[in-house]
Design a binder for this molecule. Sequence first.
Ligand SMILES: *[C@@H]1O[C@H](CO)[C@@H](O)[C@H](O)[C@H]1NC(C)=O
Ligand SMILES: *[C@@H]1O[C@H](CO)[C@@H](O)[C@H](O)[C@H]1NC(C)=O
Ligand SMILES: *[C@@H]1O[C@H](CO)[C@@H](O)[C@H](O)[C@H]1NC(C)=O
Ligand SMILES: *[C@@H]1O[C@H](CO)[C@@H](O)[C@H](O)[C@H]1NC(C)=O
Ligand SMILES: *[C@@H]1O[C@H](CO)[C@@H](O)[C@H](O)[C@H]1NC(C)=O
Length: 190
Amino acid sequence: MAFLTGLALQAKLTLSKSALVAIAATESRHNTWSLIDVFKSSPFAGPTDTVFPYANEILDFTNVWVINGSCPAENPVFPSPRQNLPSMSPSLSTKSIAPGSVLTLNFTQPHNQPHFAPGTDYYAVFFHGVYNISVPFDTTNNSTVIPSEIEALGIIIVVIADKEGAPTKENVLAGPLILPESPAVLASIY
Ligand SMILES: *[C@@H]1O[C@H](CO)[C@@H](O)[C@H](O)[C@H]1NC(C)=O
Ligand SMILES: *[C@@H]1O[C@H](CO)[C@@H](O)[C@H](O)[C@H]1NC(C)=O
Ligand SMILES: *[C@@H]1O[C@H](CO)[C@@H](O)[C@H](O)[C@H]1NC(C)=O
Ligand SMILES: *[C@@H]1O[C@H](CO)[C@@H](O)[C@H](O)[C@H]1NC(C)=O
Ligand SMILES: *[C@@H]1O[C@H](CO)[C@@H](O)[C@H](O)[C@H]1NC(C)=O
């Protein structure tokens, strides 16, 4: 769903928009089933799912699950265009994903690390529902605080950006990271 909300922003033809709504309806059923039956957690997301505008960045991070060299060499670059942004996860010390709690990030790919210039402001941009909130990202300890204004339901998508609100995809320097605001889902990730 996080991918589809961004893709819908790119659709130009009415036919494509209706196809995306049709796919989104099916994906929502899959989400609901997995949250209830697999993760034994709440299937609710508040009034809306989270809209994240950069659909390819969502596809891109699925590359961490592809074994290098396992696809035919003729395959095109996936996705296209590919930004190959550094992946990130909550550091292993994370106890909960809740509004108001500290979030320390681990950039998990040793050969794909973000580069932060000293004396420069960076932001953690949190997308939730149909809005986003930017807060300072401290590059001395790679920590930030999940904004307390966020409703404690559904998923949060976070990126590290060099501009508040990450207005273009080029402003995104690391991520995205999808955070489930559900202790049951977090426990199953670790
Ligand atoms: C994947 O394999 C190619 C070809 O062997 C190599 O150039 C590239 O650096 C590898 N990428 C990673 C992420 O290991
Ligand atoms: C950071 O991620 C790496 C790779 O997944 C993992 O081995 C390491 O334990 C993690 N460190 C922390 C502090 O979360
Ligand atoms: C990170 O560093 C800042 C500035 O020194 C500090 O305010 C904050 O508490 C630190 N966060 C963590 C999780 O250590
Ligand atoms: C924060 O992340 C940067 C970029 O990957 C890394 O160089 C640095 O060591 C990290 N800092 C801490 C305290 O883990
Ligand atoms: C985040 O929110 C700000 C303020 O509403 C907006 O200007 C910006 O375009 C939003 N970012 C994205 C990537 O949609």
